[in-house]
Design a protein. Structure first.
Length: 308
């Protein structure tokens, strides 16, 4: 919502700034927009028709984006430490169904980068379709997936039960419901685990999950902005308008989200004999890391924590 103050002289006003109002419920956000309380909002394709009908003067644009919905798998947690199990999961996905249900067919199937032609780094379709689960013949893929699951000891009479974790916001929850339904096709009964936003990313960094759904992406179509993911991530679709996340990866220094350097502050507090405070500064950030253990900051942090 843009904010203007009254002009000192004459008509009009001066733009002071832009306020972003956080409205968790999608219906409430739509009502606020239609009522003129908001100047701008993002919405989904199924709800776009309602917005147009209730606010015909609104300018509605559909644009391609570089944010993908991803299946995430903790490859260190059984049974997903088995490569065959991970392949079966990949083969069991129907990516086109995600696009048809969530965005009424307006979306693209892609890899990590934004798909062609809008994305200049996108993988060509002929190459993309050679990857597990990207063959457009979904039934053939799932037949192979079920054969793998049966070799691993699962089947109609012995199904795999697990939790499917995701963040508690609609852009995450909606595709997670579809994912849970698709997993049933390959003898997996998923129970949806909804996680509040404040707990979602720490949960992922701790790898405190087995399988889940996440959104990943950024505003710039550039491979340099995509760090190495901490676990297996398989894009389901590449069409959304919500921000994803960037995992802590190799080459990342020990900095808090605010940008303050806990390593330096911890060293200062140690020199001031405030050992307890120094440990409280450094330990949480140290615990976030899942790779990059050979970086200079990380090597210095371990003995400092041992000393504290």
């Amino acid at each position: 919502m843009s904010v203007r103050t009254p002009a000192v002289a004459g008509a009009g006003g001066n733009l002071d700034g832009i306020e972003f109002t956080i409205i968790r419920d999608v219906s409430t956000a739509h009502l606020a927009f239609v009522a003129g309380k908001l100047d701008w909002m993002a919405t989904s394709m199924p709800l776009l028709k309602d917005v147009k009908s209730q606010a015909p003067e609104a300018i509605c644009e559909v644009t391609p984006g570089g944010i993908s919905r991803n299946l995430i798998i903790n490859r260190d947690a059984p049974p997903f430490d088995n490569a065959d199990m991970r392949r079966a999961i990949a083969l069991g996905l129907d990516r086109k169904a995600f696009i048809n249900i969530i965005s009424e067919g307006q979306g693209d199937i892609g890899g990590v980068m934004q798909p062609l032609p809008e994305g200049v780094w996108g993988m060509p379709q002929d190459l993309l379709q050679t990857l597990p689960g990207y063959d457009p013949d979904v039934q053939k893929n799932r037949s192979e997936a079920r054969q793998i699951m049966q070799r691993l000891g699962y089947g109609p009479d012995r199904r795999l039960a697990l939790k499917v974790s995701t963040r508690n916001v609609p852009p995450f929850r909606d595709p997670a419901v579809i994912l849970t339904d698709q997993l049933k096709e390959i003898f997996i009964d998923g129970e949806l685990e909804i996680v509040e936003t404040a707990l979602w990313y720490p949960k992922m960094y701790r790898k405190d999950y087995k399988i889940g759904l996440n959104l990943t992406g950024g505003g710039v179509d550039d491979p340099d902005q995509h760090p190495t993911p901490p676990n297996h991530q398989w894009p389901l679709t590449a069409f959304d308008t919500h921000n994803g996340r960037s995992p802590v990866s190799a080459g990342t220094s020990l900095h808090a989200p605010s940008g303050s350097p806990p390593m330096s502050l911890a060293q200062l507090r140690r020199e001031q004999c405030c050992h307890s405070e120094a440990r409280e500064l450094l330990a949480p950030v140290y615990g976030w890391f899942i790779e990059g253990f050979g970086t200079p900051d990380f090597k210095q942090a371990k003995p400092l924590l041992d000393e504290l």
